[in-house]
Every structure is written in C-alpha cells, then in structure tokens.
Design a protein around this ligand. Structure first.
Ligand SMILES: [Zn+2]
Ligand SMILES: [Zn+2]
Length: 315
C-alpha cells in the first residue's frame, strides 16, 4: 500500500512565476484529501492531470488567503459536477465568518451535500475510511490547526509461520474469516500466525511558530509536509510573522524520528529552492524542498519514496 502526495503549489503569501499559492492533494487508502487550496488551485489540478471532482475531503488550516482563496472554485466545481456523495470540509471554527463568505461569494447552483466539521478543540475530529483525522493547534497570527492522519496499527499474516504450520490456499481464507482454524496440529488462531503492521502516519504542519505542537504532529510520522517559509538566517522574520525556518523544521523532523520531510510554503524572496533543501539536509538528510507539480509516493512496505513530475506537457 502506498500514500501519494501531490504538490500543487509551494508559495506562501505571494505567488511567483514558478510557485502557485499552496494546495496539497493526498491520495491514500481510497481517500482523496485536499489541504489548503490557495488561489488558482483548479488550474493546478488540470495542469497536474488531476481531477477536482475527485476531491472528497477538504482540510483548511486557517483563513489566510494563501490557504483558502481557492476554496470557492473547488466547491463550485464539485457542485457543477453534481458529485452525489457528501464532501467533508474541516476548518477552524473561529473562521466561520470567512468560510460563510467563501462559500457564498458568487452565484452558482448549489446542490452539494457539504458536511461541515468546525474544529473547536484538538483531537480526532473525523474518520475517513480507516484513517483518523486529528487536528493539532498551531501558533500563528490567527487560529490555525495542523493535521495528523493516522491509519492505526494492523496485522498481516506471517508467511513463514503459515508455512511452518502447513496452512495454505483456502485454509488461509477460513482462518481470516473465523479468526481460528482447526489443523491436524490443533487449533491455530489468527494472532498466532500474524505480525503487527505499525501505524502509518501523515502530518501536515501549516503556518506556525515553533513549539511542542510540532512534536504532537510529527512524532514517528512516515511523511511530513511542513511549512518552511524562511531560511535559517531569517529567523527574526520567522519569529515576527510566526513561521518556521529550515532549521526549525528539519530539527523537529530529526527529533521526532520522521521518515521523510517535504518542505513547502516558501517566501517569494527565495528564488532557488536548492538552498532551502541544502539547509534542511544539513540537519535532516531525508528532506525535500517541494516544487509545484511534484508527486511524492511512499511505498509503506519498502519505505521507499519516489518522486515524479505530474506537470502535463512539461518541457
Ligand atoms: Zn500561509
Ligand atoms: Zn498564515
């Protein structure tokens, strides 16, 4: 099983020629979750060969424009497509007034079934298939939440143990269905021939100052998408505007035993993201500075991360 993160924008406040406002589309366990659709997100979907009407869940971290100005377009596109299923929309409750405006800023035929989930406090706020969606309060200039998605630990059959007990073919299915199986050597339970699969975790660290909340979000995560607005030498700006630097993000990833760190939300003052990536890797080697239209796919079984471009007609 794998997790696929599509990067649709990597700019912070100001978009640039090469960076759209943010927008991150996660496909995992049959879920299609869009985080923080910034301005221009619909076109980024199209250029990336992705489908807006396939979105099922939208998570907003906060109501600064670079994180939500794309919402009206996405909602109206979903309504136009007449998607028959409910769309889950998760957001900080304090931003309700902004949400109301974003959802009603222009005329459209709205038959959409919108399941609004305002976050009033931290914790698990929704369930999407097997995934728990947890909100963690961040420290930004307005109420902001990060998201931690967890697929709880599970079990899978241990082939060697099955072989040792000569259990194969249909018997495996019976064992799975009933939880136990009568064999010539006695009753075998499913637990006896299974091994634990650890929980799988994705975290999105949106705009924030450093603090303990980074640990709550990042601890043991397989893949972390994290704002890294500033280089380490601009720490004063980060402090002033309540953002992270490369140093803060990479240090937190290292301390919390993250598998892979993907940095995004870059200030327009930096043209070259190689410098950002280098600063991250000096502290945490498994770091990447994202570009618009990159897809990161994590294969859980092997732990391998593959990176490909999804931009159509890329030259
Ligand atoms: Zn932002
Ligand atoms: Zn912000």
């Amino acid at each position: 099983m794998s997790m696929e993160l599509n990067i649709l924008g990597t700019a912070s406040q100001l978009p640039t020629e090469t960076r759209n406002h943010g927008g991150y589309f996660l496909r995992w366990e049959d879920q299609a979750i869009l985080f923080d659709p910034g301005e221009g997100i619909q076109r980024q979907f199209i250029l990336g060969g992705l489908s807006v009407p396939s979105v099922r869940i939208i998570c907003l971290s906060h109501f600064h424009g670079d994180h939500c100005l794309g919402l009206p377009g996405v909602i109206q596109r979903l309504a136009l497509a007449r998607v028959p299923y409910p769309i889950m929309l998760i957001y900080p409750q304090e931003g309700e007034a902004y949400l109301t405006k974003l959802l009603s800023c222009s005329e459209f035929q709205n038959d959409l079934i919108l399941q609004k989930i305002p976050i009033v406090k931290e914790g698990v706020i929704a369930q999407a298939g097997k995934l728990h969606i947890e909100a963690v309060a961040l420290q930004h200039r307005i109420p902001t939440y990060g998201y931690r998605l967890v697929k709880p630990k599970g079990y899978r059959f241990d082939k060697e143990k099955l072989q040792a007990l000569e259990i194969s073919g249909k018997s495996v299915g019976i064992l799975q269905k009933n939880g136990k199986l009568q064999t010539p050597k006695g009753i075998v339970t499913q637990d006896h021939v299974s091994k634990e699969v650890p929980p799988q975790i994705f975290a999105y660290v949106a705009d924030t100052a450093p603090g303990n909340h980074l640990k709550t979000l990042m601890k043991d995560a397989d893949l972390v998408l994290c704002e890294t607005t500033y280089l380490k030498d601009d720490a004063e700006l980060a402090l002033q505007y309540k953002h992270l630097t490369t140093k803060y993000a990479a240090t937190a990833a290292k301390e919390n035993e993250v598998k892979y760190l993907i940095a995004t939300h870059f200030s327009e003052r930096y043209g070259d993201t190689n410098v950002i990536e280098k600063e991250l890797r000096d502290i945490f080697p498994r770091s990447y500075a994202a570009h618009d239209f990159l897809r990161y796919t994590l294969e859980f079984k092997t732990g391998k991360l593959t990176i490909e471009t999804i931009r159509k007609n890329d030259e």
